[in-house]
Design a protein around this ligand. Sequence first.
Ligand SMILES: C[S@@+](CC[C@H](N)C(=O)[O-])C[C@H]1O[C@@H](n2cnc3c(N)ncnc32)[C@H](O)[C@@H]1O
Length: 300
Amino acid sequence: MSYQILCGDCTQKLQQIIQKVDLTFLDPPFNQQKDYALHNDDMPEEQYWTMMKEVCRSVYNITNDGGSIYFMQREKKAEFVLQILRETGWEFQNLIIWKKRTSAVPVRGKYSKQYQIIVYATKGGKAKTFNRLRINPELPANYKFQRENGIFVTDVWDDIRELTSGYFAGNEAIRKEDGERFHKQQAPLALILRIILTSTNVGDTVLDPFCGTGTTSVVALQTQRNSIAIEIDPKNIECIQNRLTNISNADLLQKYYQEYICTESLSKIWGDDFGIEMPQKPNLEIGLFEEILDVMTEYY
Ligand SMILES: C[S@@+](CC[C@H](N)C(=O)[O-])C[C@H]1O[C@@H](n2cnc3c(N)ncnc32)[C@H](O)[C@@H]1O
């Protein structure tokens, strides 16, 4: 099992990847004037979508047949995501609604926004891997009977909270010494865990071209998948490296195991040989440093 962390612009780095990948999680900056150290988040729309199309095409080229892409975006940009995925060869499977369990921001003249979209598409008409996960959410108040075996995950995900500051802030968000969030767009482990468990098997390779704090790699490592992470900002690279070489308690995944316990063959999908007791942190050995910031690390 291995992970690679590549520092640089993913439009270039993707051209250099020669191995094939099975799943890509795409969580790019949304071009909404956020403050990124090494990225202009206020591009002309056309330039932004041309770049995203280039990324989708490059990812397609290195994806195994039947491999998957999950492309996260603001809901009002759904039409562009669908269009560029189609134009770069991807086949649409689902438009996932991630209802982030945070308060809706009130707006005038239209409904308040409370979700984000994730478009799930495959290379070819059928996914080579689609593990049907089962969860067991709380019964609505007017339901009489407990479910015997949970329910299959659908295309509406309303059980995963976005990482926030303030009242609901947990310990998962990485913080600087002054308590401020290190990266405001850090994705929840639970979100990426669901994607990786559904669309890959143990030993597959997961790619994240805009990997920020490296959440995808953290999940891949603990579920015995290989990973390739690309990030333009060296400060984030250092964070990813730290996160992977010393998996913190906040980053341990076993707290989510019980949520999926109704899933058939969960242990095999999860890459967990020891059932529900999986307290060990992965045993890491630093391997080869390609360049100062182009890092490939191997473990086991
Ligand atoms: C929305 S954040 C991703 C957050 C990530 N999912 C996490 O859990 O931390 C997007 C990231 O893409 C990086 N980025 C922006 N442009 C890039 C590019 N051209 N190539 C690689 N990374 C880029 C930014 O620095 C930022 O960290």
